[in-house]
Design a protein around this ligand. Sequence first.
Ligand SMILES: [Zn+2]
Length: 147
Amino acid sequence: MSDHLTSTVLNSLADGELSADQRLADCPHCTSTALTQSLLKSATFRAGHRYTPPAALRERLAHLSAQEASRPHPKSPVPERPARNFSSWGWATAVAMLLLFATLFLVQRNTQRASANAALTAEVADLHIARLAANAPRRSSPPTATP
Ligand SMILES: [Zn+2]
């Protein structure tokens, strides 16, 4: 059950400001919490009235309170604009550098592969032309005499 009584309602019940409603009767958890709150408040009330502070302690506390109230409060520091955490900038820089190096690596590898393919194509073409030239009949050579 997700609609338990809020702590505000439970405190109001313990203080007697509200009367118990149907939800308190239906939910054991709320009932237990309300009972705990009520017992805690009554025990605190009784403990608070069990002892009376000595007059010297009252005077000392009053003096300290007055002293604290008369002291000028330091002006609250100007709220600095939230500085970026250095580590977040460091991570962003690291990621940017990683992407840059990966891109450079891929571009270089593709360029090398393309130039290697071009060199291989040129070599195959040269070998093919040389083979064709070797098989072609030579016109400049004189015909050999047959015996
Ligand atoms: Zn409940």
